[in-house]
Design a protein around this ligand. Sequence first.
Ligand code: HEC
Length: 133
Amino acid sequence: MITRIWIVLFVLFAAYSVAVYIYSDGQHRESLPSASVNRGWQAWQKNNCHTCHQLYGLGGYMGPDLTNAASDPRKGREYMRAFIKYGTNSMPSFQLSDKEINDILSFLSWVDKSGKNIVSPANVHWTGNYLIN
Ligand code: HEC
């Protein structure tokens, strides 16, 4: 009797494993960062972008949080490219090559897919604390 239960459990386990393998949409397999994402991450660190920008709400507060800027309908890649390429009065221009900028944009798109920043800029106090109701 006990052996039969084990056999049934094993068959169910095997069938489930095959089903998961065949029917998964592959969505979660894409979460491994590509080479471009890794280079972008390094460029992000080398240029100290985090001293002024936050990812997932962490970082400096001079510039805006960039966690979900890539999928923000008001922003997106080309909008971000213009800031990174030319800078503004308060955001320095780093004189990065187009390749480096593409890598940084890949990195930021990857970050965008991996989490949500739920703190709206209006809720960030000037001291850097969050004001969450
Ligand atoms: C000295 C602080 C500082 C550093 C360092 C810095 N930024 Fe910025 N960044 C800013 C500020 C301030 C703004 C907003 C500029 C404005 O609106 O004029 C900004 C804007 C941006 C924007 C547009 C975001 C938006 O939502 O409008 C992007 C993208 C961006 N920065 C990317 C980067 C990247 C990538 C790096 C590193 C290579 C970087 N920044 C380094 C201060 C900084």
